[in-house]
Design a protein around this ligand. Structure first.
Ligand SMILES: O=C(O)c1cccc(C(=O)CC[C@H]2O[C@@H](n3cnc4c(=O)[nH]cnc43)[C@H](O)[C@@H]2O)c1
Length: 216
């Protein structure tokens, strides 16, 4: 059995995490942006490790995120109690319909559109990161960039603290491998009307380095 697998979207996030790691058994791998590529690449890493007789013992999706204003501040750290596929479903004139309400056979829905964090892993991360905000982290395929879509998302998910683009995909890969999963994010930008000037990448990467000691 090998240690924890931490997957990020991009190499800069992986570097920020490696800079703060204290546990040499932790593996950090950038797997790409978005739930599909991140999920597929994570599943491959897990399968290869298993085939080599050195399975990982848990998976963490980590990186930067947008924070809902008033729920998670820029520069802060967030732990997901569940990772939610926020745009998996159907639009209708009456609003968004989540996957579970589309009338499909349950066996086609996998674990559904939200994967809860492993309770033991989340508890350990919360203890190591007492300042972290805990709540749902949304996985979106499109970075939210208008006031209207921000308000709709915040209304639909009153428990959501942040959005990113990989957590749910990685969670599905971990679940299929029978492994505990958690999502850790640091906030680079407020979710809202697109304003690249408001992104604080350096702050978020520094927060990732500070949080990395909790990954063990
Ligand atoms: O919007 C852009 O112009 C842009 C340009 C270069 C890079 C990026 C990103 O890396 C953003 C996506 C990346 O970071 C996570 N992330 C960070 N903030 C958010 C957000 O507000 N909404 C969704 N995802 C966010 C995400 O997990 C990706 O890996 C953007």
């Amino acid at each position: 059995m090998t240690g924890l697998l931490v997957v990020t979207a991009v190499p800069a996030e992986a570097d920020a995490i490696r800079a703060g790691l204290t546990d040499p058994t932790v593996t950090v791998a950038p797997v790409g942006v978005g739930p599909a590529v991140a999920g597929a690449a994570t599943a491959r890493l897990l399968a290869l490790a298993e085939a080599a007789g050195k399975p990982y013992r848990a998976v963490v999706s980590a990186g930067i995120a947008g924070g809902f204003v008033g729920r998670a501040p820029v520069g802060g750290t967030v732990l997901a109690n569940r990772s939610v596929a926020a745009d998996l479903g159907a639009e209708s004139p009456a609003g968004f319909i989540p996957l579970e309400e589309l009338g499909m056979p349950p066996e086609l829905l996998g674990g559904g559109s939200a994967v809860p964090a492993d309770p033991g892993l989340l508890a350990a991360l919360r203890t190591a990161l007492p300042e972290a905000t805990v709540g749902a982290v949304l996985t979106v395929s499109t970075v939210t960039g208008t006031a209207a879509s921000t308000a709709a998302l915040a209304d639909r998910h009153p428990d959501a603290v942040a959005e990113a683009m990989e957590g749910y995909g990685v969670a599905v890969a971990a679940t299929h491998a029978g492994l505990p999963f958690a999502e850790l994010r640091t906030v680079s930008n407020p979710i809202g009307p697109r304003d690249r000037g408001s992104w604080r990448m350096r702050e978020a990467f520094a927060a990732l380095t500070a949080a990395a000691a909790a990954l063990r």
